[in-house]
Design a binder for this molecule. Structure first.
Ligand code: ZN
Length: 506
């Protein structure tokens, strides 16, 4: 009977993979004339996958499997497969297809309007859409009945087990650590980033970034790198996990770090145990845990001095005219420059989370109805002024800058990024306890030990364990900001020459 369930799940997984192919092609190679028919094709395949997941026959099979599931060791693959499939089945069934259809249609129209409204700095045009998106998010939450906070079902969808209260507490603790550290860093002299500016041949940039991703462990026999306007990672199957990047000829870091970021996501998906592939267990544990891997490889490793001891001389050889005279230390400082800026996606490691925290506050206030959509631009400016001491001159670089609320929903759009940052340091610290020689390996361009530890403790389990279980099993403790705060204090304290007292000030 479980085999019959597996056959059905493989079918659903293949349909989702096919939808991902359509999406990837649209973002990379499709001629613009194909947009209308592609939207129809994508919606059709996605809907078939959704309908297969809520078929009563699947529910009956799962009912019949209850005694078998209970007879198994609770941590076995089969017991977990039955439990997670049941959870997924119930979740999908609670959401009426007409809501899914309406949400997709409004989301698509809103996204389309946003692509025009942002460059035109026209928040008024987005007001009705955003009001719709908030209503849809509220309606979605209402399908799940009991919750303490209206954002709870939305958060649980992407970061299972977390709630508004737990996310808020985590972010508040982090904020109280970050604010004084950012203040201390920003009082130091401004870092010179001129070595990152110039003209850098796009092909050479892409090739160099990919060579590092492959050294990290990204398997090109089961992946590939293309270009798209917005970098992303997508999975057609466990054995075909693709990434994209965007290149700016006059900016050295963009393609490089977006490649490493997406490769982190891809390695997680490539690393899932073959036995779990094609089932709901064959994917990352949650958005936050997924993001921990993109951040770990992009930031903790990719922006470390250890890794660049190996790669900087190589990069100098690729771009001798631009980097020939720069020192490793200058380059290392430049790629880790801290600056209070308006744009989240361009923010450094340290201020990035402040961008997230204020967005989470605003989106939950919108969802609760405590903040009216018409007051969002002003509230946005006030929060930036308070937390980053800068305010956007317009809405284009203010509350219109991110697509999330205008394309997919309001209430849980942002915290996964910071949960990912927090977990990136927690996983790395655990890997380091198991293998203290990892930094030494990195200085020699070797990442096998770190990749192996992550594969064993995280990747191969896919979604077999809940996010909380994965974190506890891999690191020996629940999610904590401790390791992330230590990592930031040490790295930026050294980089900016802070006296320990300043770096540790409360
Ligand atoms: Zn990411």
């Amino acid at each position: 009977m479980l085999n019959e369930v597996r056959v059905r799940l493989q079918e659903i997984s293949d349909l989702s993979g096919a939808a991902a192919v359509l999406n990837w092609d649209q973002a990379t190679h499709m001629p613009s004339g194909g947009a209308a028919s592609r939207a129809r094709q994508y919606a059709r395949v996605s809907r078939i996958a959704h309908e297969r997941m809520m078929r009563p026959a699947l529910g009956r099979l799962l009912d019949a499997l209850v005694p078998y599931g209970e007879s198994l060791p609770p941590d076995s693959d089969d017991a977990r497969l039955i439990a997670v499939t049941r959870r997924e089945f119930e979740r999908v069934r609670k959401v009426p297809p007409r809501h899914v259809q309406r949400a997709n249609a409004i989301g698509a129209a809103s996204y389309h309007a946003w692509t025009k409204a942002r460059p035109a700095n026209d928040f008024a045009a987005m007001r009705p859409y955003l009001e719709h998106m908030i209503d849809l998010s509220r309606e979605y939450a209402s399908f799940f009945g009991h919750y303490s906070h209206i954002a709870d079902p939305l958060i649980d969808d992407v970061d299972e087990g977390m709630t508004y209260a737990s996310v808020r507490a985590l972010l508040a603790d982090l904020r109280s650590e970050l604010v004084p550290l950012v203040r201390a860093v920003c009082e130091q002299p401004v870092v010179d980033t001129s070595c990152l500016q110039g003209q850098f041949a796009p092909e050479a940039q892409v090739e160099f970034g990919l060579s590092i991703a492959c050294a990290f462990g990204y398997d090109l026999t089961r992946g590939r790198l293309d270009r798209s306007p917005h970098p992303f990672c997508t999975k057609f199957s466990r054995d075909d996990v693709r990434i994209t990047t965007r290149v700016r000829a006059d900016e050295l870091t963009y393609a490089l770090f977006s490649t490493l970021h997406e490769a982190g996501h891809a390695m997680y998906e490539q690393g899932v145990a073959p036995a779990l592939a094609g089932t709901p267990l064959g994917q990352g544990a949650s958005m936050g845990v997924h993001e921990s891997q993109s951040r770990l490889w992009e930031n903790v490793v990719g922006r470390s001095r250890d890794a660049w001891e190996h790669y900087f001389p190589k990069l100098q050889r690729v771009f001798p005219d631009q980097l020939g005279n720069a020192s490793l230390q200058r380059f290392y400082c430049a790629i880790n420059k801290v600056e209070k800026t308006l744009i989240r996606t361009e923010a450094d490691e340290l201020t990035y989370n402040l961008h997230i925290i204020l967005r989470f506050d605003l989106e939950t206030e919108l969802l609760e109805g405590r903040l009216a959509v018409k007051d969002l631009p002003e509230a946005w400016r006030a929060r930036y002024q308070r937390d980053l001491a800068i305010a956007p001159p317009d809405d284009r670089d203010g509350c219109l800058q991110d697509v999330h609320w205008y394309g997919s929903g309001v209430g849980a759009a942002f915290p996964s990024y910071t949960i990912g940052n927090v977990l990136s340091a927690q996983f790395y610290a655990a890997a380091l306890r198991a293998h203290p020689d990892i930094p030494q390996d990195m200085r020699a361009g070797e990442f096998v030990t770190l990749h192996g530890w992550l594969s064993d403790n995280l990747y191969r389990h896919g979604r077999k364990f809940t996010p909380a279980e994965v974190v506890q099993r891999a690191t020996g403790e629940p999610i904590t900001i401790k390791h992330y705060v230590n990592y930031l204090r040490k790295k930026y304290g050294e980089l900016y020459g802070l006296r320990p007292a300043a770096a540790f000030a409360q």
